[in-house]
Design a binder for this molecule. Structure first.
Ligand code: NAD
Ligand code: GLY
Length: 360
């Protein structure tokens, strides 16, 4: 079993990564001293994994309540959060009772936000079951929900007390979701880890065929990168913002197309191609670099062309981005492959040219 640490002083926590960890649920026991927990999942994941997790915990003397939410990004909203509060209050769940998020990024983000706010804060544990959530969303404490006017606009920084990633849960994940997770994996290579990007160029097909050791390596290396960045800049005052490569454009695609139409990872992939094109227009990436980026996303089975929402619509939606400062959109761009930077001075005509060149 691989154990990584997110180093945040007294709020530091372990990330456990291995195949078969759902059979080692006793790893959670140190975080369940009150012998009570609430498992929160969704209508897709619960029938596959919830009873298994509950059974092992109950065997260990932990009393479990469970809450099952509807599945999908379109339910990542205030109504679902209220449904969690309602169930917690009805069950008289107390301050020391941890919430366990069992599912992908949507469940993880919502349960984290519920944990941050219920009774002004209760502990929470992440059991991520998608590639995206195992490499990104379960680590780092960004929690929240969408607002009709913007993605992830309501939320809190609130760290879990433990992350347990069982790579076997990916066996039941649809191919499309596995590919979507790869967008965030490729992101780490692009923003800060050239050697990892090169490794992905050599091994992407192994990941797509779910080779266990390739998957384990990709997840560990991604989590290492994420843990390092979060340890340096928990609240995104600097380097952490670079983890949003492709997300300014990507969130506009998700929102513009209607949440749930494009998967988050698909939108990030197309958004990263836009960011690479813009980086080339800024004179930083070469044509060959852009081609390398495009080729890797194509081989990963991800979209490299953005939907034609219209430049005005893109600019309006990107104006809602959390990185906007003084009304100015700040883009995460690439100085080179493996080196991302934040840039606030991008001429609007250049953004228009990029949108024109890369959308259809
Ligand atoms: P998701 O949670 O919607 O999961 C994708 C689909 O797979 C869902 O239908 C889900 O029910 C299903 N599923 C989950 N695990 C499964 C399994 N093992 N077997 C079969 N089906 C399974 O989507 P996601 O891609 O995991 O997460 C996307 C969300 O994560 C977005 O809302 C995004 O904003 C958020 N996110 C957050 C962060 C962060 O730092 N907090 C980072 C990246 C993304
Ligand atoms: N996924 C971006 C972040 O955690 O900062």
């Amino acid at each position: 079993m691989e154990t990584l640490m997110v180093g945040l002083a007294e709020r530091s926590y372990p990330i456990y990564i291995d195949s078969g960890l759902l059979d080692r649920i006793e790893l959670l026991l140190p975080k369940l001293p009150g012998k009570r927990a609430v498992i929160i999942s969704n209508s897709i994941v619960a029938p596959i994994y919830l009873e298994r997790v509950r059974a092992v915990l109950e065997q260990q003397g932990v009393h479990c309540e469970s809450i099952v939410l509807p599945d999908g990004e379109q339910y990542k909203n205030a109504e679902s959060i209220n449904a969690i509060y309602d169930a917690l209050l009805a069950a008289r769940s107390e301050r020391g009772t941890p919430l366990i998020a069992l599912g992908g990024g949507v469940i993880g983000d919502m349960v984290g936000f519920a944990a941050a706010t219920y009774l002004r804060g209760v502990p929470f544990i992440q059991i991520p079951t998608t590639l995206l959530s195992q490499v990104d969303s379960s680590v780092g404490g960004k929690t929240g929900i969408n607002h009709p006017l913007g993605k992830n606009m309501i939320g809190a920084f609130y760290q879990p007390v433990l992350v347990l990633a069982d790579t076997n849960t990916l066996d039941t994940l649809p191919d499309k979701e596995l590919k979507a997770g790869l967008a965030e994996v490729i992101k780490y290579g692009l923003i800060r880890d050239l050697a990892f990007f090169e490794w992905l160029e050599g091994n992407i097909e192994k990941i797509l065929t779910r080779d266990k050791s390739a998957l384990q390596y990709a997840i560990s290396r991604s989590c290492q990168n994420k843990a390092e960045v979060v340890g340096m800049d928990e609240r995104e005052s600097g380097e952490r913002a670079l983890l949003n490569l492709g997300h300014t454009f990507g969130h506009a695609i998700e929102n513009g197309m209607g949440y749930g139409t494009w998967l988050h990872g698909e939108a990030v992939a197309a958004g990263t191609i836009l960011a690479a094109d813009l980086s080339q227009r800024m004179g930083w990436l070469t044509d060959r670099d852009v081609l390398r980026v495009r080729n890797l996303f194509t081989r990963a089975g991800l979209p490299v062309t953005s939907p034609k929402l219209g430049a005005d619509k893109y600019l309006q939606l990107m104006g809602l981005d959390k990185k906007v400062e003084g009304g100015k959109i700040r883009f995460v761009l690439l100085r080179s492959i493996g080196h991302a930077v934040m840039e606030g001075n991008v001429p609007q005509e250049m953004v228009m040219q990029t949108l024109e060149a890369c959308s259809a």
